[in-house]
Design a protein around this ligand. Structure first.
Ligand SMILES: Cc1cc2nc3c(=O)[nH]c(=O)nc-3n(C[C@H](O)[C@H](O)[C@H](O)COP(=O)(O)OP(=O)(O)OC[C@H]3O[C@@H](n4cnc5c(N)ncnc54)[C@H](O)[C@@H]3O)c2cc1C
Length: 464
């Protein structure tokens, strides 16, 4: 019988040096609060850091960084834990997890059209704070993703083809750097750091606040079209053709979905295989209807597209409302032509069985494909589509089956894939250079080497 691993007594741990910090919100292995504190949003991920600390403000974060450095430890910032998998995969020995989940809050400056967002705040709170002023933030499909991790990783929003990557809506960042000081980085101060933060993830420091440019958008024409999966061959082919000739004002995604029969799901989802197209059309109602007409002509079973308050946009994608065990696969696609549609449907189309909750293709291009003037390290994405496959993984066997099925779809679409990735959608340990253009990668590594020569910060997608 295998022996249980011997866990060092907490008093042997260098992390013991952190005990008095953050008003005692420090959890070491063996402490009663450790397991709850280390649980990320993706509850399938078993992250076991040397300690979890839960700061309440920037000065507590700075203290943690200084104390960790003195104890020979590294630090990993985490807001929600949506993308915790690559961190855990590499192991967290000697790493202090800095959970920003209790550092939340949003201030709106309606005259300037900006939001000041505290480091661990979820998008749902930013959207709710901005909406009363007729303003919208460049959130993604999920209300409980945190603004920080999403924006630092690029950020693909329903506003994306019109307005570009969310990273380039950053105006200023308050960040704790490797020497444990709180710095304000913007276009005029610490400009190289500011450039690197806009796409460089958690490699440069712990972000304690963000200043974001908001969009003057009070309402938006958005929603979803839904068909039974038996219609997928016609619908997916039509979507792929439709996306090839669209104005930048339209940002949509297409998913082939399989729901288990569950009483908590609405009847239109429970036990169903579906094909769903959703997104936003930033046009007036008549023009939006005109643009959607070719898809509506395919007779969707459900059509929720219409004008809605911008505050409702984070709900249209039906992302899970709370912590979820999940595994995934991802690739960037240079094109999504008729043969690519056939390859996708051979894996998840009518007549197939899959453990994937969905195989999704997001339409990029437009402003996402053009370098943002004065943008950061990730100022655009070169490819026109992103593939993201997700399976729910409550037990290890489901995780293994989900990963195998996700891998099958990624492999089937390899002829259309490029060597780039969106690191936000990459939930494995990969070589992070695949997230960047070659020259941007070199400059990012130089900035990191200068600002954090000892490698204090451990990001989910580390540069080295
Ligand atoms: C259901 C779902 C829907 C999604 N939808 C979208 C979408 O529409 N568009 C999109 O672009 N992405 C989307 N994503 C991906 C998401 O943007 C990434 O998972 C992102 O990393 C989440 O950031 P987080 O802070 O919530 O997660 P975390 O796991 O907490 O953070 C991920 C990494 O970001 C860094 N980080 C986080 N907070 C800080 C901080 N305060 N300071 C410094 N570094 C920090 C760290 O390196 C951390 O490891 C989705 C993911 C899921 C699971």
């Amino acid at each position: 019988m295998p022996l249980e691993p011997i866990i060092d007594s907490p008093t042997d741990s260098p992390a013991e040096a952190l005990r008095g910090l953050c008003g005692g919100r420090v959890h070491l292995p063996g402490d009663p609060g450790y397991d709850a504190a280390r649980l990320p949003w993706n509850v399938a991920v078993d992250q076991r850091p040397a300690a979890v600390v839960v700061p309440h403000d920037a000065s507590e974060v700075a203290e943690v960084v200084r104390a960790a450095a003195a104890a020979g430890l590294r630090v990993a910032p985490q807001s929600s834990g949506h993308n915790a998998a690559p961190l855990a995969e590499r192991g967290l020995d000697g790493v202090v997890l800095v959970r920003l989940s209790e550092m939340t809050g949003v201030g709106i400056d309606p005259d300037a059209g900006t939001a000041r967002v505290v480091g661990g705040t979820l998008w749902r709170d930013v959207v709710a704070a901005a909406a009363p002023y007729g303003l919208a933030a460049m959130h993604g499909s999920s209300p409980d993703v945190a603004a920080a991790g999403y924006v630092l990783g690029g950020g693909l929003s329903w506003y994306g083809r019109q307005h570009g990557l969310a990273a380039n809506s950053l105006l200023a960042v308050e960040v704790v750097t490797a020497d444990g000081t709180v710095v304000l980085a913007d276009a005029d101060h610490h400009a190289e750091l500011f450039w690197a933060l806009r796409g460089g993830g958690g490699n440069l420091g712990i972000v304690t606040a963000l200043e974001l440019r908001l969009l003057p958008v009070a309402d938006v024409y958005a929603g979803m079209l839904l068909w039974d999966r038996e219609h997928a061959p016609a619908v997916v082919r039509a979507w792929s053709e439709w996306t090839r000739d669209l104005p930048d004002s339209v940002t949509t995604a297409m998913r082939v979905m399989s729901f288990p029969p569950l009483p908590e799901l609405p009847p239109f989802l429970s036990g169903r295989q579906l094909v769903v197209i959703d997104g936003a059309v930033l046009e007036d109602d008549d023009r939006a209807a005109e643009l959607l007409a070719p898809l509506r002509a395919l007779g969707p079973e459900m059509d929720t597209f219409g004008r809605m308050p911008a505050g409702a946009l984070p709900e249209i994608h039906m992302d899970p409302p709370g912590p979820t065990p999940a595994v995934s696969g991802h690739a960037m696609l240079g094109s999504f032509d008729e043969e690519a549609v056939a390859a996708l449907l051979a894996e998840v189309g009518p007549g197939t069985t899959t453990s994937l909750l969905f195989a999704e293709v997001r339409h990029l291009g437009g402003a996402l494909g053009r370098p943002a003037p004065g943008g950061g390290v990730l100022d655009h994405l070169p490819d026109d589509y992103a593939l993201f496959c997700v399976a729910i993984a409550p037990v290890p066997a489901a995780a293994a089956a989900g990963l195998a099925d996700a891998d099958r779809v990624v492999t089937a679409l390899r002829p259309w894939s490029t060597d780039r990735r969106v690191l936000n959608f990459t939930e494995h340990a990969v070589d992070a250079r695949s997230g960047y253009a070659a020259d941007a990668w070199e400059r990012l590594c130089r900035v990191r080497a200068e600002l954090d020569p000892a490698g204090m910060f451990r990001a989910n997608h580390p540069l080295t």
